[in-house]
Write a protein of this length. Sequence first.
Length: 255
Amino acid sequence: MRVLYEPVYSTFIPDNRDEDRAFKQALTFYDPKSQWNPKYRMGYWDGCVRFWKDNKFCTGLISYAEEKLGKKFVVEDLPKAFPHKLTPDILNNLSFTGKYSYQYDVALSALEAKRGILWLATNSGKTAVAAGMIQALDIPTLFLVESVDLMRQTYDVFKAETNLDIGMLGGGQDDIRFVTVAVTKSALIRSKEKGHPFKSFIRDVQMVISDECHGVSNHTYTTVLQKCINANYRYGLSGTPLDRGEIDSMRLIAY
C-alpha cells in the first residue's frame, strides 16, 4: 500500500480491494455512546466513527494503521526535516542538564519524530520542553492553550527563555507574531475572520503544539488543528493523554 503524505489528511492507495477494506476497517471504531444519539436510534447512523473518507485519512494514524495491519506502508511526498539546533543549554535561563536532562531527551526525540504526544507529568517542565523545541527549530509556530491564564504563563516563559518574536491571541490580546500563543476558542474565531492576519498565519504555520492535548477530542481543538495545513511538526503535551476512551484517544493521535 502507498500513502501520499500531507500534514493533516493523507491519501491511501491500496493494491487491491481486500487491502482497501482492511485499511478502512482498521480506522473505523464503534462509539459505545451512540445508543443515546437520535440519529442512531432512527437508523440514520450505524454508531461508527470513521477516521477516513473516500481515500483520505488522518495522517497521525499512519503508524497505528501499519501496526494494526502488520505491514509497512510506502509513504511518499514526505517533507524534508528542518535542521534544528537543540542543545542542553539552548534556553536563555533554564538548562536541560542534571536532573532535567530527561527534558532534553524528550525534546530531541520529538524533533526527530516530527509529530507525536509528549507524555509529561504535572510539574515536569512541559512548557520548558516546548520552549526548547521552538527555539531549536526557529519556524513559525502556533501554541494552543485552553485558558487566558495559561496563555499568559506560557507567553512569559517563551519570552524569557527564547530569542524569538512572541505574540498572544485571546483574553483581549490580538498580537500575531512569529510564535503565537493562542487560546483555542480565540484561534477558531480569528481563523474565520476575513482579513485578520491570523487567518493566513494558521494556514502557513509550520509547527503546532497543543498544551493539555487530551482536550483535542473536542470540536474546537480539532477544527483549529485541521486548519494548520502546512504544519508538518505537530505535537501534543499532556500528563494524561490516552485515558479518555478509544475514540477520543484516536482523535488525539489523529491530528
